[in-house]
Design a protein around this ligand. Structure first.
Ligand SMILES: C[S@@+](CC[C@H](N)C(=O)[O-])C[C@H]1O[C@@H](n2cnc3c(N)ncnc32)[C@H](O)[C@@H]1O
Length: 314
């Protein structure tokens, strides 16, 4: 007897085929895919915690990195990093390590994606953080595009960073802390400061190989602008061509015999060490040690106008 398959009574082979197809459908297709979430697109001028998001133009980013002299040896921290473009450029174009601190979590996720796409994710990190509650003292370069009042609120923190740290700001200055370098690119201003060593105060000088060297130095500084005098017993001579560039301190003095002494040294904490050269002579080592409490950095206290910009009570 020949058994036939009817539509109402499918035969065993047909059932098996159906079952197999069903099984395949279940294992390959699974549940219908959810529609892809639209990619996050930040909008220029969108609100941020303390300042809106507007990206720094590419040419200005390049100029900022140039002015800070960013190299592979640097750790660049961008305060309020937006879509991450400054940190990513520092890593991709200069080989630096970089960190972006950004309050908006969507911008943090976007920045991480862009760092991946740029192939620099291993050298760049983005943290969701408030710049006013973050420790970035390990940076060797700080970049920012904020607001005048926010720059001023950061000024004291920046001044406490390691001497030689470079700070670059797009658009806004730092009040009475004059920039070491400034540039204008179209409508954009760029400012660069080098954090000075704190040398204000009284120093005792030891230069055993230079008879007639001064005994004490009394140094004053207004941010990175250095002044002061040296005592050679009864003679007080004012520093000539004083220069403070990060940790490097240099100045000239005329000694009791009328000869010029050229000092060139590095300051670190309570010690200044380097060389002193009498005109026509050889450079010999000298060292100075603090002999009193550190002096105040002139100008570090905000002026009434600056307090107003910072939104602080005057
Ligand atoms: C003008 S945008 C600059 C973005 C980026 N640095 C650039 O130059 O392209 C300022 C950024 O700071 C962020 N921001 C505002 N207040 C902040 C805060 N307290 N902590 C961290 N980020 C903040 C904003 O969300 C915005 O992305």
């Amino acid at each position: 007897m020949i058994r036939t398959c009817s539509a109402r009574r499918p035969c065993m082979a047909g059932l098996l085929v159906l079952l197999a197809a069903l099984l395949a459908a279940c294992t390959t297709a699974g549940p219908a895919p959810a529609p892809a979430a639209p990619a996050y697109e930040p909008q220029r001028g969108q609100p941020g915690k303390d300042v809106v998001w507007v990206p720094t133009p590419d040419a200005v980013v390049t100029r900022m990195l140039d002015m800070a002299g960013v190299t592979a040896a640097d750790l660049v921290v961008d305060l309020g990093s937006g879509d991450g473009k400054i940190a990513i450029a520092a890593a991709r174009e200069r080989g630096a390590r970089a960190r972006g601190l950004e309050y908006n979590p969507d911008l943090v996720v976007l920045s991480r994606q862009r760092a991946q796409q740029a192939g620099v994710a291993a050298r760049v990190e983005f943290l969701q953080a408030d710049i006013f509650k973050s420790d970035f003292s390990d940076a060797s370069v700080v970049t920012m595009y904020l607001l005048p009042g926010l720059n001023l609120r950061l000024r004291e923190t920046l001044l406490r960073m390691k001497p030689g740290t470079r700070v670059v700001s797009h658009s806004f200055d730092m009040g009475t802390w004059e920039a070491d370098e400034r540039a204008y690119l179209g409508n954009a201003a760029v400012f660069m400061w080098t954090v000075p060593a704190h040398v204000a105060g009284l120093w005792a000088v030891h230069a055993p190989r230079l008879p007639g060297a001064p005994l004490t130095l009394r140094l004053e500084q207004h941010f990175q602008v250095l002044a002061g005098e040296a005592d050679f017993g009864p003679l007080s001579a004012f520093l000539m061509r004083p220069r403070l560039d990060g940790a490097r301190i240099a100045f000239t003095l005329r000694d009791t015999g009328g000869a010029l002494l050229q000092f060139d040294a590095l300051a670190a904490g309570d010690r200044i060490a380097g060389t002193v050269q009498r005109a026509g002579g050889r450079a010999v080592p000298f060292e100075a040690r603090r002999s009193g409490p550190p002096g105040a950095i002139g100008g570090a206290q905000p002026t009434a106008h600056e307090l107003r910009l910072m939104g602080e009570p005057i």
